[in-house]
Design a binder for this molecule. Structure first.
Ligand code: MTE
Ligand code: MO
Length: 460
């Protein structure tokens, strides 16, 4: 049955049909790099790395198939296979389960593929097949517990309603039981506070925080619990990379390939753009976003303005979460005219960082080499000299009174070298107060929280 909008509004008003009849609308995307119109592959340009939450209109889209348009009235989720009681759930059943919301990075395994040499086939993503979303839904674990996993359960298979293009194999993916039972793995029906948009999987998609996008199955309709590894194309052949480095361009023995799972630590420079101009003596902001995967969140970002000879810490102002990205910023005043190689590298809490040389792989997955942008600095006109000189350094989220208390006597670099526990920081602050630091009693807690929150034993 197809109804016109007007008929629908009238029937809703008369209470004849539930409002959930309405299909979700396609989101109009804004300023995207179009990699493919149909199936839709849209990339977010570099300016998107300045947003903490990527707006839906700027969120990249990756589909192997054409976008299906699901009618919620006839949609049902089936849970079958190695379970004690197979389930058929409607959206309302899922919404009755505890609602969980989290911020998480969704990055396509092929993000950065275009940078590989020799080139590899596939959608030629540059930096932007990634976004940071606010996802809400039910825990997959809650659904699986209701069905009751049998001891034989090994992998959980997800199948969406999208129909393969031509003879392409159906997009079906599995995740491990361990990841499926993780409290952060969700069946999401909301993105950024609104109903999940059609392109992003309406009415239901899998959220696998810390893992690459290929596991985040959209338009989920069937969950099948398997007692073995799945041998469908998208698991057995697709989304695999060599376990060990291989010669660029070589063919790799399938037995030596492993599935792509966790994201790698990575940062992208949003500003300045490669080839940008700047004026000597004028401060500019080097900024971007950084994220990581299962091994732990981003703990530090460093910036180099001399091609990697020396590195300085960038500030990480703003929100902090286990699986979301961090925005980072560094203020830099180019001292003199010239060409500068600006670079950024992220560290995660496991102290992993980005490589300077990428290990080539046949499908071009998981590019995370330290990025470089060139900046052309020209002499400033005398009238453009800054009124107040600003020191280079991280643009940070300093708490109230912090700079007056601490920077009166020393710079932030002094603090950044420290790796202390909260108790040690308390002793330091007391010692400094004894030495004359002006720590106001009402600002002490905020300062301590900042110090103990940032400069911990393992901050990088
Ligand atoms: N059903 C289905 N789910 C899918 C895909 C697909 O083609 N079909 N593409 C996957 C891939 S490869 C990625 S990177 C993400 C992209 O999610 P997005 O389009 O919401 O950004 O969805 C994943 N889920
Ligand atoms: Mo992807």
């Amino acid at each position: 049955m197809t109804l016109s909008r007007r008929q629908l509004v009238r029937m809703c008003a008369a209470g004849l049909i539930p409002a959930s009849y309405v299909r979700a609308a396609e989101v109009t995307k804004k300023n995207m790099i179009v990699r493919s119109v149909r199936p839709q592959d849209l990339e977010m340009p570099l300016d998107g790395f300045s947003d903490f939450i990527t707006p839906v209109e700027r969120f990249f889209v990756r589909t192997h198939d054409y976008t299906p348009n699901v009618d919620l009235n006839s949609w049902k989720l089936s849970v079958e296979g190695e379970v004690h009681s197979p389930l058929t759930l409607a959206m309302d059943d899922l919404k009755r389960l505890p609602r969980v919301e989290l911020v998480g990075v969704l990055e396509c395994a092929g993000n950065g593929r275009s940078h590989y040499q020799p080139h590899v086939p596939g959608t030629q993503w540059s930096f932007g097949s990634v976004g940071n979303g606010r996802w809400a839904g039910a825990r997959l674990a809650d659904v699986l517990r209701r069905a009751g996993l049998k001891d034989s359960a090994r992998q959980i298979l997800f199948d969406g309603v999208d129909v393969p293009v031509g003879k392409m194999p159906d997009f079906q993916r599995t995740i491990t039981v361990k990841k499926a039972l993780d409290a952060n793995t969700l069946l999401a029906f909301e993105m950024n506070g609104q109903r999940l948009p059609v392109q992003h999987g309406f009415p239901l998609r899998l959220i696998v925080p810390g893992w690459a996008g290929d596991s985040w199955v959209k338009w989920v309709q069937t969950i099948r619990v398997l007692d073995r590894d799945f041998d469908g194309f998208w698991m057995k052949t697709g989304y695999r990379r060599p376990e060990q480095p291989v010669a660029p361009g070589s063919a790799v023995d399938p037995a030596k390939m492993r599935p792509v799972t966790s994201l790698k630590v990575k940062s992208v420079i949003a500003t300045p753009l490669d080839g940008a101009g700047a004026l000597a003596g004028q401060p500019l902001t080097i900024s971007g976003a950084a994220w990581s995967g299962d091994s732990g969140p981003v703990s530090a970002v460093e910036v180099s303005v001399d091609g990697g000879r020396s590195w300085r810490a960038a500030g990480l102002p703003g929100e902090h979460s286990q699986y979301g990205w961090r925005l980072w910023r560094y203020r830099w005043t180019p001292p003199a005219e010239g060409y500068y190689n600006v670079m950024a590298r992220a560290y995660n809490s496991a102290r992993e960082t980005q490589p300077l040389v990428e290990e080539w792989n046949p499908s071009g997955y998981q590019w995370n080499v330290v990025q470089r942008v060139g900046v052309n600095v020209t002499p400033a006109a005398p009238s453009l000299q800054p009124a107040v000189a600003q020191a280079d350094g991280p643009i940070d989220d300093y708490p109230a009174g912090y700079q007056a208390a601490c920077h009166a006597c020393h710079g932030q670099d002094m603090i950044r070298q420290q790796r202390l526990t909260r108790a040690q920081w308390e002793r330091e602050v007391n010692k400094m107060a004894g030495w004359g630091a002006q720590v106001k009693p009402e600002e002490r807690t905020g300062i301590l929280k900042y110090l103990a929150g940032h400069f911990t034993q393992d901050w990088h």
